[in-house]
Every structure is written in structure tokens, then in C-alpha cells.
Design a protein. Sequence first.
Length: 368
Amino acid sequence: MIMITHTEHFHGSDLEKIEKIYGINKDAIVSFSANVNPLGISPKLCEELKNCLDVITTYPDREYTELRKTIGTYCNTDYKNILVGNGSTELISAVIKLKNPKTACLISPTYSEYEREISLNGGKCVYYQLKPEDNFTLHTEALFSLLTETKSELLVLCNPNNPTSTALHTDTLTEILSFCQEHHVFVMIDETYVEFATDYDSVTAIPLLQHFDNFIILRGISKFFASPGLRLGYGLTGNKTLIKEINETKNPWTINSLAEAAGKILFTDTDYINRTKELIFSERERVCNILRSIPGLKVYEPTANFVLVKIEKETADADILFDTAIRRCLMIRNCSTFEGLDNKFFRLCFMMPEDNDRLLECVQEVIL
């Protein structure tokens, strides 16, 4: 069998490209690349949203007060600390436009949207490079030196980080926020994957909202609640001036009435929330234990619903693994497009047990 080679690598949303190149029905592909909850849509949402269709006959509340109160209860914080947006992407853009940093510091490798928004706004990015040989550990003193030397005005943290699945804990976040407050650096913390963390309470920065006003937390419902198409994101900050400025500059009603109604359902679906955590916690441990048992693989300790793996076998790489897996309608993420990584690295998220088993068989076939 001849492996198909490409000049670009596929992301979790590139199913149409894969369908065209490989001749595979995109609906048959199990995406281990998109990092979306394998349980799919909340049953409670399916049942109750159909009874809310009449909300599209009216404009949403401009303040989204009830939605923010629901999120506040879910996050255990005052709803006045919350603002909402059309996915976390809108809020990333809004924060960067308002802060308008000449220089921003990113942790690398990480999600590419931060760099794109900073560049579009005329800013320059500098990078704190996480190293594979150091298990992608962030050292605060080195970070502080970089922030000082580059005169960075914005620090972006993805926590847990994508694609490394590593996380900073509250004590480290406190140290970083203290330094940044003293040196007038604003911090944007993307917590897209934090709800998948076993030690959630020691990873989320929400408890720090009452102590610092120089940061904002951004989240969405795309991954944990498997609802990327609803485009509902939210931010949490103790900086009331920032909330006011963002609400005054962004367009009104960027969240439509159905997404607003859906949010009030999703954040109260405790059965779905608990089942998601049970599934991810169990499969993360099981899958990673099997991966660790395969000679030629290095598994980096995961915090989120995905794991980063390095292929140490000389005759195999992520290109070969991707090609082998996709022919079986299984899609991993080749991580060579991430800064600091190459085609020896791949990422997979945890799906349903039977799908995970199929992928594990494929990985063993390529590596062993």
C-alpha cells in the first residue's frame, strides 16, 4: 500500500479535505483530533431545546442576565464577573483588541489562534518554549525573565495546554499573576479543557478572581459539551472595567436566542456532566496505560481529554500513523504543525472505549 503524502496536515475540522483525498465518507470518520466529548450532545439539551424554539421570535436579553447567572452557578462565582461571546474566539479577539499589546508572550507549542489575533492587531509575539525533554514543564523564573526582557504587555496561557495536555496549578498561577500584576502584564487564560481535569479545583483560576484583576479566563462549550456549532463562549474576570469595555465595543446579540437557551440547559445537566467526567477519567487512565506499555512510545502525562505522544521508533512517525489510521476511518492529529514539535509527535483524544481499542490496535501495528 502506498502512503499518501501531503504538504499540510489535517486539523480536527478538516473532514471534507480528508473525504476528498482519501475517498472516505466523512461521516464514517471517528475524529481523535477534534478533542470533542465523545458522548455527543446532551440528552437533556435534545429533549428541552425543541420546546424553546419560539425564543427565535424575540431578541435575546442584551445583558444575557439569566444565562450569566446560570454560568455563575456552574462556575461557583458571581455572575457579575461573567461576560459572554460568540464562542471563546470572539472574546480572544475582543481582549486582544482592547489590550492592543505591542508585544505578547505565548507559551509554545500552543493553540495557533492567539498568534493569529495578535498579529492581525499589529502586535508581535515572543515565545516561551516548552521542551519535550523537560516534559513540557514551565519554569516561572525563565518565564519572568522573558517577560521582562521583551517588555511583554500580554501573557497568554492555555491551561490545560493544547497540544501538550499539561497544566499549571493554582500555586503557580498565583505566582505568575502576582509577577504580572507588579509588572503591568495582563494575562489571558484559556480554560477550554479545564473541565476534563481530574484535579479541577487545583487547576482552574476561578478562585483567584477575588485576588487579582489583571487576568481573564476564557471558556466555551465546544469541547466539554460537544456543541461547537452553537458558538457560545464566556469569560470570567474580576476586572469590571474590562467587562464594561468589552461589552461596549463588541456587537450586541452575538449570541443568538437558541444558543442562549441551550446554555441555560447545558450548564444544569449534572447527569451529562458527571457521565462525561467518569468516561474521560476512566478512558484516559486505561488508554494511557496501554500506550505506555508499547515500546517505542513516550507518553506525556495528560490533564485534559487528550494526550500527546512521541514516537521514538526510528522507522515510524506520525505521517505513517496518520495514513494507516485514516484508512480505517480513525483520525489522529499529526502535531508537526505545532511550533517546536515534528512528525514524531501525535495527539489523540479519548473517545468511546470500542473506538479507543480500534485506534490502539492501529498504533500497535505501526509501532511494534
